[in-house]
Design a binder for this molecule. Structure first.
Ligand SMILES: C[S@@+](CC[C@H](N)C(=O)[O-])C[C@H]1O[C@@H](n2cnc3c(N)ncnc32)[C@H](O)[C@@H]1O
Length: 264
């Protein structure tokens, strides 16, 4: 397992800042914009995919809040953007509490500014792979009561966990902590149906990222929900998820699988 970096590295593209750029944000550096522009040249739909990923995240949070969830653990939260988890949750249930977790030091100052003055929301810098440290962190323990339902978000983060770091054990580590009535919300890039030429160019850029992506198939992504009950349309392409079932969405050369599951 790589150690958690503590200093902002302005010379290597960061997943958090790259994604911020894709979403139209300004909290990114030249090094991020350069690789993002290369990626967008190869796959222009990456921008729309990022926006759909964000819509899925907020739709799923609002759905969970409507089901009575009042506690949210957002792993790999990223840089604050237009509608953040605590804002989506509190728009449905103002008493919702949120713990944000990320290991990119670029996120910390922005997250602190965003949540300033909100006693129901905290940010911790931790490595998602070290789930015991996240779950036992004093701020997690102070904010979240795991004897009551919690929604754990693992949106666009598990693909940064290499097979050698046991991604299934990590996701199960969070899911095992949850009581019945809790939810897991997950989205993950895939190479299923990818155009071979596009795939080759995308995979070629992987080595330039600080943390390379692992593309997984639908079966492999579905396995992350083992032992849980999928709601809505099950595991489905981004842009097609709704709590009531599949909705019409774009067919893309490049996509992510997403899903929401309940612990029973
Ligand atoms: C593509 S962004 C997704 C942000 C947000 N979850 C969303 O879907 O809108 C991925 C985030 O995961 C974070 N990340 C990647 N690997 C991580 C790890 N091992 N521990 C904690 N955060 C991680 C990155 O720093 C980045 O902020």
């Amino acid at each position: 397992m790589q150690s958690t970096p503590r200093e902002i590295d302005a010379n290597t593209p960061s997943p958090a800042r790259l994604y911020d750029y894709m979403l139209g944000g300004t909290d990114n550096y030249e090094v991020d914009r350069q690789i993002a522009d290369q990626l967008l040249k190869i796959a222009p739909e990456l921008r729309e995919l990022s926006l759909d990923n964000r819509s899925f995240l907020t739709d799923a949070v609002e759905y969970c809040a409507r089901q009575g969830i009042r506690q949210f653990l957002d792993i790999g939260s990223g840089l604050p953007t237009q509608k953040n988890v605590h804002e989506a949750a509190q728009s449905v249930a103002p008493d919702s509490r949120t713990v944000y977790v990320d290991n990119d030091p670029s996120v910390l100052p922005h997250a602190q500014t965003l949540i300033q003055g909100d006693p129901q929301t905290v940010y911790i810098e931790a490595d998602a792979r070290d789930y015991p440290a996240v779950l036992r962190h004093p701020e997690t323990a102070r904010m979240l009561d795991f004897t009551k339902p919690v929604a754990v978000l693992l949106v666009a983060v598990v693909h940064f966990i290499d097979d050698s770091d046991d991604p299934y054990g990590v996701v199960a580590g969070y899911a095992d902590q949850l009581c019945p009535g809790s939810y897991v919300i997950l989205a993950h890039v895939t190479s299923d149906d990818i155009d071979p030429e596009l795939g080759e160019r995308m995979f070629g850029l992987n080595s330039q990222l600080r943390v390379p992506l692992t593309y997984r198939t639908k079966d492999e992504v579905t396995r992350f929900f083992d032992g849980l009950e999928l709601v809505g349309p099950g595991v489905i392409g981004l842009g097609r998820w709704s709590p009531d079932g599949e909705v019409d969405g774009p067919k893309r050369k490049l996509n992510s699988w997403c899903g929401v599951a309940r612990k029973v």
